[in-house]
Design a protein around this ligand. Structure first.
Ligand code: NAD
Ligand code: TYD
Length: 353
């Protein structure tokens, strides 16, 4: 079996659902159920003995030791993190605790477990760390896309905490020989994406007739990947990746934010027309994010060359599936828009002119 951390969040839940769709190997899913964790994402696994959910914190060493001893996983896939740049600007402490201390705790527990295995199990064991392209910093318009050898230049508390965790993972391989792999992926989108991030926020606001808040000039570029393609990349790395290696994962889909918002408005105009006119009437430019990175782009040639991985979705197919999913799952959106979510909207958007 495998141990997944953060498997009730956006990417983790998609990974667990995909994993159990494609094989019968059981998953122990450790998640603290922060505001971003949601058991509704895993509702289709209710009663499925292959999924063992554990409500707990990756900073809890005793709990992790117990889970490793009890379940003897052959691999750990580490998604758990605080993941939202804007939240990291308002409150960086949780990011240091979970992303840095939590990853450290998990590495130490994994190392203890791994050292107690026999030679064959030690060789087969993997610790896969899920990271982000944001650790590489911001690109100029003509810079080459991020390769695995790009220097780390994190600019936000979020990306700095992820960079720190990447360095710990690297060091646990070089110093202790722990068989780790790391993936640095570009922006994901798709089902179960919490509506504080650009794409689900714009869909939710448009359907509610609320302003679509575009930070700054809207010309910041992100490189978008459909979430199930990220999941298939992680499966490929677990299966064929080399310990100690880093793999950049991306969809070759660089788009300025304003283009994404226009695409979403056009899809909603087609799939759920509004009598008041095109949803694009709601686009509102607001004060920029402090320290806002201008451009991210991933060079995904290494994972293609070495592991044969390529994304299955184009941006056009993926974004249409995403809008259709949100239209079909308005209950899910309504449930996550709790009191705490509304407080976040007040905190993040009230001060922006
Ligand atoms: P998310 O915020 O949707 O989910 C994070 C999950 O981790 C939640 O279920 C939460 O409850 C859990 N969690 C948080 N703190 C925890 C703790 N202390 N102990 C146990 N569980 C805890 O995030 P996501 O978008 O699914 O991202 C997952 C991973 O992928 C993160 O490591 C993130 O840095 C990375 N990543 C995300 C993107 C993206 O576009 N979303 C892109 C590249 C990499
Ligand atoms: P986000 O989804 O928060 O991801 P990240 O900051 O990790 O890339 O934001 C994606 C882009 O969209 C980023 O450039 C910030 C921008 N953005 C807006 O313009 N308006 C918004 O309300 C949000 C949440 C993001």
């Amino acid at each position: 079996m495998i141990l997944v951390t953060g498997g009730a969040g956006f990417i983790g839940a998609n990974f667990v659902l995909d994993w159990l769709r494609s094989c019968d190997e059981p998953v122990v899913n450790l998640d603290a159920l922060t505001y971003a964790g949601n058991l509704e994402n895993l509702a289709s696994l209710q009663g499925d003995a292959r999924h063992i959910f554990v409500h707990g914190d990756i900073c809890d060493r005793e709990l992790i030791d117990r889970l490793l001893a009890e379940h003897q996983p052959r691999a750990i896939v580490h998604f758990a993190a605080e993941s939202h740049v804007d939240r990291s600007i308002h409150g960086p402490g949780d990011f240091i605790r979970t992303n840095v201390n939590g990853t450290f705790t998990l590495l130490e527990a994994a190392r203890g477990h791994w050292m107690g295995l026999d030679a064959a199990a030690r060789a087969a064991f993997r610790f896969h760390h899920v990271s982000t392209d944001e650790v590489y910093g911001s690109l100029g318009p003509n810079d080459p896309a991020f390769s695995e050898t790009k220097t780390y230049e994190p600019n936000s508390p979020y990306s700095a905490s992820k960079a720190a965790s990447d360095h710990l993972v690297r060091a646990w391989h070089h110093t202790y020989g722990l068989p780790v792999t790391t993936s640095n992926c570009s922006n994901n989108y798709g089902p179960y994406h919490f509506p504080e991030k650009l794409i689900p926020l714009m869909i939710a606001n448009a359907l509610a007739g609320k302003p679509l808040p575009v930070y700054g000039d809207g010309q910041q570029i992100r490189d978008w990947l459909y979430v199930t393609d990220h999941c298939s990349a992680i499966r490929a790395i677990l299966q064929k990746g080399t310990p100690g290696e880093v793999y950049n994962v991306g969809g070759w889909n660089e788009k300025p934010n304003i283009e994404i918002v226009h695409t979403l408005c056009a899809l909603l105009d087609e799939l759920k027309p509004d009598a008041a006119g095109s949803y694009s009437r709601l686009i509102t430019y607001v004060t920029d994010r402090p320290g806002h990175d201008r451009r991210y782009a991933i060079d995904a040639r290494k994972i293609e060359r070495e592991l044969g991985w390529r994304p299955a979705e184009t941006f056009e197919t993926g974004i249409r599936k995403t809008v259709e999913w949100y239209l079909a799952h308005q209950d899910w959106v309504a449930h996550v828009q709790s009191g705490a979510y509304r407080e976040w909207l007040d905190k993040n958007y009230a001060g922006r002119s």
